[in-house]
Ligand binder design. Structure first.
Ligand SMILES: NC(=O)C1=CN([C@@H]2O[C@H](COP(=O)(O)OP(=O)(O)OC[C@H]3O[C@@H](n4cnc5c(N)ncnc54)[C@H](O)[C@@H]3O)[C@@H](O)[C@H]2O)C=CC1
Ligand SMILES: O=C1[C@@H](O)[C@H](O)[C@@H](O)[C@H](O)[C@H]1O
Length: 341
């Protein structure tokens, strides 16, 4: 059986997902696309040699009886309306982050999904599918380092020419917010945001970098650096300190060279190659689960928790205070989900 997929937004990541579904993965076929820039949609149909209808907009695509499932890869502010429309149409939907650009928007999605009685929404937090993070989680779960006490993390981009405002938090740090609570199976209770001396490489008016301090319900303390113009490469670090040992997120494989009295290995410069395998696993698992009528990836609830945490980070940034993170209780609808990824 093949899952007939419609893609809304054929920009950078939309094209990547279309390419992987068409050329690398099994069980899915792109049969519909749309983009506010129709030339963009036409170009991908041609480049990927798709047998796909080009729809006038996302709503027409969602309503098409030929579309079994929807992938939303348009700009963040458009996600909420397309996810809500997919839920209303009873169609499974994979939505790139953010689920919505406000916590209220995410909550509307959660409420609509719970009301529909069926889990339909998956959010594109691809780090949960990265081999390294999965191995790190297994190490923690198997109690190999004892009880986690502290985490030291970093999200560094080589540069971020299109970033402005709070994007280091809303666009980049969102991945740490999701992955760390998944890793620890814990939720956050407070956040403090420290703004160190600003790098001269940041765009005008944008703070870069941040030191973000999170505390979890279990009392685990996390320090995370977000630095999106670090110059030297794309570098994601995560060290978990337990009461009997320490576990590090593995470095991406790279040949170590000894030459001219130097020891060296390459550092990646972009997030795409760093997480390319994770994106493949993410979309393959989504296709497989959807064909079986299941939904086991990051849920709408996870998207909502990230958004609430982002809001607290922004409040903490502006007030320079420790801000509590108040989450309502997770609905049993999500707690009882079959498989957790
Ligand atoms: N999980 C991850 O690591 C990543 C996630 N993303 C997320 O994916 C989303 C898209 O990002 P990019 O592909 O980098 O952006 P992009 O700007 O390259 O592509 C977005 C596309 O959506 C189209 N679009 C905008 N509004 C639309 C609408 N109402 N209907 C149909 N098409 C519409 C645009 O014309 C554009 O072609 C963003 O939310 C971003 O945060 C992006 C990169 C990595
Ligand atoms: O989502 C992503 C980008 O939008 C963001 O800009 C990068 O910092 C992230 O590492 C990448 O995964």
């Amino acid at each position: 059986m093949v899952l007939k997929i419609g893609v809304i937004g054929t920009g950078a990541i939309g094209k990547d997902h279309i390419h992987r579904i068409t050329n690398t993965l099994n069980g899915g076929e792109i049969i519909a696309v749309t983009d506010v820039n129709p030339e963009q949609a036409e170009a991908v149909v041609e480049t990927e040699n798709l047998n796909a209808e080009i729809f006038k907009d996302g709503h027409a695509l969602i309503q098409s009886p030929n579309v079994d499932a929807v992938v939303v890869t348009s700009w963040g502010p458009t996600h909420e309306e397309f996810v809500l429309a997919s839920i209303a149409a009873g169609k499974p939907v994979f939505c790139e982050k953010p689920l919505a650009t406000t916590a209220e928007g995410c909550k509307r999605i959660v409420d609509a999904e719970v009301e529909s009685g069926k889990q339909l929404v998956t959010v594109g937090f691809m780090r949960r599918y990265d081999q390294g993070y999965r191995a790190l989680k297994k190490t923690i779960k198997e109690n190999q380092i004892g009880t986690p006490l502290m985490l030291h993390c970093a999200h560094r981009n080589q540069n971020a020419p299109a970033f402005h405002g709070d994007m280091p938090i809303t666009d980049s740090f969102v991945h740490e917010i999701d992955i760390l609570r998944w890793l620890l199976q814990d939720d956050y209770v407070s956040v403090q945001v420290i703004q160190p001396r600003r790098t001269r490489f940041a765009n005008d008016g944008m703070q870069d970098s941040y030191m973000i301090l999170l505390e979890t319900k279990e009392g685990i303390r996390i320090d995370a650096e977000v630095f999106v113009n670090c110059q030297y490469g794309y570098d994601v670090q995560c060290q978990v300190v337990g009461d009997t040992g320490i576990a590090n997120l593995p470095e991406p494989a790279s040949v170590v060279v000894r030459k001219d009295a130097k020891l060296s290995s390459d550092i990646l410069t972009d997030w795409k190659p760093r997480f390319i395998d994770a994106y493949d696993v993410e979309i393959q698992e989504w296709i497989d689960a959807t064909l079986k009528g299941e939904m086991n990836g990051p849920s709408a609830w996870d998207g909502y928790v990230v958004s609430v945490t982002v809001d607290a980070c922004l409040e903490a940034k502006n007030s320079e205070k420790i801000i509590p993170i108040d989450l309502p209780e997770c609905p049993s609808f999500y707690r009882e989900a079959k498989v957790e990824v």
